[in-house]
Design a binder for this molecule. Structure first.
Ligand SMILES: [Mg+2]
Length: 317
């Protein structure tokens, strides 16, 4: 498990979506972009183009301005109005030579403008340039979700990822487990040995998480000394095994700044024993209760709550 290898947006071969009503333009681009490292998707009108922009996750859109029914300006406006398509760089294609059209297209959020008939070398260069921009945007989006100190995903990523995993596992009736991990008496490490020692402990636990987890597990720094671990396709019993390994690995670390002081953590684990109809928030609350129980009963342990034990009546609205 590693945030940088778990990049959910990474494209090995980016898709370029061409929205144009001209069959000739589709044929031409297909021939001319054949040797570029990309997939070409096509739509022949604005409505279909908007649908494809949502479903095909294109890296860039090439958009004709002059189309019947919905013109390119309207398509562009709608692409930029929709959070799902807002970040896709759009290159406008047009036979119109008017400076006002170019200004309007840029104002609406186009990143580039190519006038028909194309100079094909120029077209290729501009497509490559837009793809570079797309990669940068992806990289920044990813960086914004990584915790700087530990290199794990941060809370913003967790919130989104957890909701996605809960709905996916509910839909496909797959097991899923969530662990909340909290370092024991962390404040006294900071107070006794200083904040650099505390930071080293946070990084140490993160390394343990990365080492002990499976590729598909998602470790996040939830905040302060609290971490979360999402374990897809994992029953609570198997998840408890992973958590016990984490605690054992953590307890065996010798800390250079305080060799006399071992570090432990408490873990609250929640997962369904049957398919439970529970929201992501309620599930998180269950893990939090399990963590509280682990702290109350002496720390340095895993406490598991089976969500099948929760009745629907207990759910908040
Ligand atoms: Mg046209």
């Amino acid at each position: 498990m590693n945030a940088t290898t778990l990049h959910p947006f990474e494209d090995s071969q980016p898709t370029v979506l061409l929205i144009d009503d001209s069959v000739d333009v589709h044929r031409l681009l297909k021939a001319r972009l054949r040797y570029e490292d990309l997939k070409l998707a096509g739509a022949s009108n604005g409505k279909e183009g908007l649908e494809q922009a949502r479903t095909a996750s294109p890296a860039i859109v090439l958009l004709d301005l002059d189309m019947p029914d919905m013109d390119g300006f309207e398509v562009l406006r709608r692409l930029k109005d929709d959070p799902a398509t807002l970040d896709i760089p759009v290159i406008v294609l047009s036979g119109l030579q008017s400076a006002q059209d170019k200004v309007t297209a840029f104002d609406l959020g186009a990143v580039d403008y190519i006038t028909k008939p194309f100079n094909l070398t120029e077209l290729r260069v501009r497509v490559r340039s837009a793809l570079r921009l797309h990669r940068l945007v992806q990289m920044l989006a990813q960086r914004a979700q990584i915790d700087g100190l530990t290199g794990l995903w941060n809370r913003a990523h967790f919130n989104k990822r957890w909701t996605d995993e809960v709905s996916a596992c509910t839909r496909h009736h797959r097991p899923l487990s969530l662990a909340l991990i909290d370092l024991d008496h962390f404040k006294t490490i900071n107070d006794t040995y200083g904040h650099p020692a505390g930071d080293a402990v946070l990084q140490g636990l993160s390394r343990v998480l990365q080492r002990e987890c499976r590729q598909e597990d998602v470790g996040c720094r939830y905040g302060g000394e609290e971490f979360t671990l999402i374990m897809p396709d994992t029953t609570p019993t198997d998840a408890a095994g992973v958590c016990e390994r984490i605690l054992a690995a953590l307890a065996s670390i010798s800390w250079p700044r305080h060799p006399e002081r071992a570090v432990t953590a408490s873990i609250g684990l929640a997962g369904p024993d049957v398919t439970a109809d529970l929201s992501a928030d309620q599930w998180l609350d269950e893990a939090d209760r399990a963590l509280y129980a682990a702290k109350q009963s002496g720390r340095n342990r895993v406490v598991t709550r089976l969500i099948g034990q929760v009745t629907p009546m207990a759910k908040a609205g």
